[in-house]
Design a binder for this molecule. Sequence first.
Ligand SMILES: NC(=O)C1=CN([C@@H]2O[C@H](COP(=O)(O)OP(=O)(O)OC[C@H]3O[C@@H](n4cnc5c(N)ncnc54)[C@H](OP(=O)(O)O)[C@@H]3O)[C@@H](O)[C@H]2O)C=CC1
Ligand SMILES: Nc1nc(=O)c2c([nH]1)NC[C@@H]1CN(c3ccc(C(=O)N[C@@H](CCC(=O)O)C(=O)O)cc3)C=[N+]21
Length: 296
Amino acid sequence: MNAKIIDGKGFAATVRDRVAKTVERLKADAGITPGLAVVLVGEDPASEVYVRSKGKATLEAGMNSWEHKLDADTSEQDLLALIERLNNDPAVHGILVQLPLPDHLDPDVVINAIDPAKDVDGFHISNVGLLGTGQKSMVPCTPLGCLLMLREHHGSLSGLNAVIVGRSNIVGKPMAQLLLNDSCTVTIAHSRTRDLAEVCRNADILVAAVGRPRMIPGDWVKPGATVIDVGINRIESEGKTRLVGDVDFASASAVAGAITPVPGGVGPMTIACLLANTVTACSRAHGLAEPDGLTS
Ligand SMILES: NC(=O)C1=CN([C@@H]2O[C@H](COP(=O)(O)OP(=O)(O)OC[C@H]3O[C@@H](n4cnc5c(N)ncnc54)[C@H](OP(=O)(O)O)[C@@H]3O)[C@@H](O)[C@H]2O)C=CC1
Ligand SMILES: Nc1nc(=O)c2c([nH]1)NC[C@@H]1CN(c3ccc(C(=O)N[C@@H](CCC(=O)O)C(=O)O)cc3)C=[N+]21
């Protein structure tokens, strides 16, 4: 193995520490405690795990945390009523509605009901538009975490060829916007892309956000490239479930210059950035200076 392993877990601990220090300052100087409300509809086991770890991380950073667990058959009206209540609650600075939602709920309607200033996921159309035009917004946590790791590793990203595999609204598209804002030359690939292997081989920065276990092998990776593996896939191996990414780590790490592992890469950074966004939202709500190094 030649690649440097980008330690997302370690970097996330640093970000969380910075968040905790900012929270302490907000409490001491302004008497404000940032607060995050997470809404979970239904009983998806993976979502329950994420929601629990988000709640734990929020409390550890010294912030207030609220979990709203609703039945799988909750009506749109009831969910929108809860969001309205959280929008109007001054103690709540961030609202996250865990995705995916049950099929009878339209995620666009639900997300766009969140006050954009409290939309710590950065999924509201206002935030998407602000990011797309290079204005101050709330930035989606997973792409923000990837960007912070890339900047930490490379310094400037200007002029680098970035290829993102995946065009979802929550990962691929905002990742492309952020890398474009940092002056990368950006290609977004997806399931209809022709000769994906060749497209990937052109990447100085390769971001995989597909949801297919170990889909990207080492011979798609340009020697020395930086590989960011967003994929979180649960697979059965030797009678146990384990997590693997969208990149075949064994072969890719022999070629890449640097690579994020799964677990311990992008996932922990996502949670750290959620905390960072909550503190940013709180600071903006009170007209206070924003914490340094925690936004795009
Ligand atoms: N670490 C973290 O914090 C997070 C991890 N994830 C993980 O990241 C992965 C992606 O998530 P998400 O963006 O929500 O997924 P989506 O399913 O919404 O999007 C997947 C994308 O991959 C593309 N794709 C599918 N198959 C292929 C293929 N064979 N070749 C090329 N492209 C393909 C799809 O193309 P098309 O549009 O053409 O269908 C689509 O654009 C998942 O494993 C998810 O669990 C997600 C969020 C946070
Ligand atoms: N509104 C919304 N916002 C999200 O940000 C959101 C969402 N919905 N739905 C689901 C995805 C997925 N996601 C992850 C967060 C942390 C880890 C994480 O911490 N992973 C650990 C491993 C955790 C484990 O062992 O299961 C790691 O990669 O090391 C993974 C995935 C956020 N998402």
